[in-house]
Design a protein around this ligand. Structure first.
Ligand SMILES: O=P(O)(O)OC[C@H](O)CO
Length: 467
């Protein structure tokens, strides 16, 4: 891609193509490099989740020791989410022109630094405003994780294998999410100087994240062409679903490309809208598990936390299954898998709603696992579709655009909107609204699916015509 080396980002700019290696060298080096860069983004993205929002981990300590009340905790936690949603889009615009080998480790190291400052500089947490501002900055650096990972996925893995590979990579966020709990618990147990000392839960995961950033730097390479290898489409003889024409490559500025292929691209805009509903479902069910189980069944707080963990763990299985189904059953037609999993989510939510309050807790857990397993498929698929259905040099921006909608609208609706629904209308109306959201999401995914199918058919026709 001609524009790859013209990033204008100084040392961060994407490197130019290196001289092409011989066929023998390509055959030996390509598989090894693919494994190496994949490990780099898997560890790297898990590292981001170690330090994304550790406020929620220590919120109980904040509350119990009157360091912060729930409203203040909510303000700080929301500032991370909002910054993350904005950054996932705006930093992606830089990432698409940047060397992923530098961009991802830099973001992770900066985020680690912010977490260490929170732990070690008491004045930051003395005021909610300053704490929220610093965590906003943390959320901003967190947005430097997904886009370079998407860039690696789109440049090193071709269309017909990307579903499965992306779904495996996507489990990094579940691994990191589980890892932060273990790391924080270990740190608090070993280094907390008093029952209200929450600081080890910030600085210890940050040290691990710094080490991960260094490892990621050594593992990641920006693009196959940057190390003398052919583009992945050529190496695997698997055309991309969308490519820029020669006229576009030569004649359009990068901003014009973003405008055409992301901001006014019907399919990317539809994906972003679908993501609002998918993220409302993801966080709308997840965030309220402890409250629902407590209200409806009288379950203990610990039962609710168990439900929370079950939802996340089931997400790993569902994500892998969804990626595999999209490659093997739907042959790269991601929307087919998305429709199937979203429809399943609707059914599972209906069962969760209708289960009698006297049913044993394991039945609630089973349905929570089903909802978590099913909704994380579409969560992963939307990012995957965005990078699949846009040219490779704006793939991260397209995924970031869907993330912007998912976090700014979806996650907000899931917290404030669902809270208002529960408070004013009760659980029955809340679950009915959730099921309606599933139906709307299915309709949006079906519309995306028609466009996706058309693009796939066009690419296949072009590929057979050139054979
Ligand atoms: O919600 P995010 O941006 O952390 O992304 C989580 C998954 O990777 C979505 O594919």
């Amino acid at each position: 891609m001609a524009s790859e080396s013209k990033g204008g980002l100084g040392f961060l700019s994407a490197p130019p193509a290196a001289p092409r290696l011989s066929d023998g060298e390509v055959a030996a080096k390509y598989p090894r490099m693919r494994g190496q860069v994949f490990l780099g983004i898997f560890l790297g993205y898990a590292g981001f989740y170690l330090i994304r929002n550790n406020v929620s981990i220590v919120s109980q300590i904040f509350k119990d020791h009157d360091i912060m009340n729930t409203v203040q905790i909510g303000i700080v936690a929301n500032s991370v989410l909002i910054a993350y949603g904005l950054s996932k889009f705006f930093m992606a615009m830089l990432s698409d022109r940047a060397n992923a080998r530098y961009f991802l480790p830099l973001g992770l190291a900066l985020s680690a630094l912010v977490n260490m400052l929170v732990a070690l500089v008491p004045v930051i947490t003395a005021s909610v405003g300053l704490f929220a501002t610093v965590m906003f900055i943390n959320g901003w650096f967190q947005g430097m994780g997904w886009p370079p990972s998407g860039r690696i996925l789109v440049h090193w893995f071709s269309t017909n294998e990307r579903g499965w590979k992306t779904s495996i990579w996507n489990c990094a966020h579940n691994v990191g999410g589980a890892g932060v709990g273990v790391a924080a618990a270990f740190a608090l147990q070993n280094w907390a100087t008093s029952p209200d000392d929450w600081r080890p839960a910030f600085w210890f995961p940050a040290i691990i994240a710094l080490v991960v950033a260094i490892i990621a730097f050594f593992l990641i390479r920006d693009r196959p062409e940057a190390v003398g290898l052919p583009p992945i489409e050529e190496y695997r003889n698997d055309p991309a679903k969308v490519e820029m024409t020669d006229d576009e490559v030569e004649g359009m500025s990068w901003v014009q490309v973003v405008l055409k292929h992301v901001l006014t691209n019907r399919i990317v805009v539809l994906l972003a809208l679908t993501n609002v509903f998918v993220y409302t479902l993801r966080y709308g069910v997840l965030n309220w598990i402890p409250v629902y189980l407590g209200d409806y069944t009288g379950a203990e707080v610990s039962d609710g936390i168990m439900g929370f963990a079950i939802f996340e763990l089931a997400g790993i299985i569902g994500t892998l299954l969804c990626g595999w189904v999209s490659d093997k059953v739907f042959k790269g037609w991601r929307s087919g898998a998305g429709i199937l999993f979203l429809a399943g989510t609707g059914v599972a939510i209906a069962l969760y709603w209708l289960l009698p309050s006297t049913a044993p807790i394991w039945m609630f857990y089973l349905l929570i696992a089903l909802i978590g397993g099913l909704i994380y498929g579409p969560v992963m698929l939307i990012g995957l579709q965005a990078i699949d259905l846009s040219p490779t040099n704006v793939a991260g921006t397209a995924a970031g655009f869907t993330g912007l909608f998912g976090y700014i609208l979806g996650a907000t609706l899931a917290s404030t909107g669902v809270g208002v629904l529960i408070h004013n209308f009760g659980w029955d109306v809340t679950w009915i609204v959730m099921i309606v959201i599933c139906v709307v999401a299915v309709i949006f995914m079906w519309i995306v699916g028609r466009d996706e199918r058309k693009l796939m058919n066009e690419r296949e026709a072009q590929a057979s015509a050139t054979e």
